[in-house]
Design a protein around this ligand. Structure first.
Ligand SMILES: [Zn+2]
Length: 302
């Protein structure tokens, strides 16, 4: 090694720590880039605010708004869409189906979580736009057909009527809805509403398959004069719904209000399929705790 070279190396060696320190002070923090949905949507965001669609896992896509979930499960013989969002939000859902690279006319079946306007208010619009078959639980089907809440609904009388859906076929609890190779199983989970339905299916990436559950709202919300404790049969069914969710077992759980299943936090943490967690069991625990709190409140003098 010549002298000139060793001087150069020495200079470089003395410069390196300084260069390193400078780089450290000006470089952006080394964290993963924000997921597009996380950067555009807030927790408990507005129901009709459009947010970007994204792949949940395999052939399952999130096509909902920032505040209301809608899921597209795609297949070679046609797709299934669960939930429409509100009447206005349905336009954002349709746009997201196209943005994700799919044709609304290829949706063959429309399903839903529960019969409230924030989740099915746009179903008539989606039925028109897609020509798809609408399927719902018996109670939810009559709400969809009339546009009016069922009398048994703890929130009956609180909502404006929805646009009626022309033709609704009935689901049977546990009997899978099939479109080509797709099979989505309805699990009736009454409680938040009498016709509430959760959904279970598998999506695969290569040989790695995940069980996805779209767990319907099981929040004990009602109008002011309603007490769950005054309706023992309804309350027992509500409690059984938590058992059903616990028994399903799932790798990915999504709720009709994305923040109810911590969607932002999970996406920020790397994805909805968190390794080693038991989201269905955890969800059932939360549901039971909220219901217990509600029943304690109902015992207090009004
Ligand atoms: Zn609701």
């Amino acid at each position: 090694m010549g002298q000139a070279m060793s001087v150069k190396l020495l200079a470089l060696a003395t410069l390196l720590p300084l260069a390193g320190a400078q780089t450290a002070s000006i470089a952006p923090p080394r964290s993963a880039p924000l997921h597009p949905w996380v950067s555009e949507c807030k927790d408990w965001d507005e129901w009709d605010k459009s947010g970007p669609p994204f792949k949940v896992y395999g052939n399952t896509w999130y096509v909902g708004t920032c505040g209301i979930s809608a899921l597209l499960v795609t297949g070679p013989r046609g797709h299934v869409l669960i939930d429409s969002g509100t009447d206005a939000g349905a336009e954002a859902v349709l746009a997201n189906v196209a943005r994700a690279g799919f044709k609304p006319r290829d949706i063959k079946v429309l399903l839903s979580s529960h019969e409230h306007f924030d989740h099915v208010g746009g179903m008539a619009r989606l039925q028109q736009a897609t020509g798809a078959k609408v399927l719902a639980s018996p109670v939810a089907a009559s709400v969809l057909r009339t546009g009016k809440d069922s009398a048994e609904d703890p929130q009956a009388g609180m909502h404006k009527p929805m646009r009626p859906v022309a033709k609704v076929s009935l689901l049977r609890n546990g009997q899978a809805v099939r479109v080509g190779p797709l099979a989505l199983t309805p699990v009736f989970t009454p409680g938040h509403t009498p016709g509430a339905t959760s959904w279970r299916w598998q999506s695969c990436e290569g040989a790695d398959c995940k069980t996805i559950v779209y767990a319907d709202s099981l929040s004990p919300v009602s109008r002011d004069d309603y007490r769950f404790s005054d309706h023992p049969a309804y309350l027992a069914a509500f409690q059984r719904s938590a058992d059903r969710i616990e028994a399903i077992g799932c790798d990915i759980l999504i709720a009709p209000h994305p923040s109810a299943s911590s969607m932002r936090a999970l996406l920020q943490g790397g994805g909805l399929a968190s390794v080693g967690s038991r989201p269905c069991e955890a969800h059932a625990r939360t549901v039971r705790a909220n219901l217990m709190l509600r029943l304690i409140k109902e015992k207090q003098p009004r």
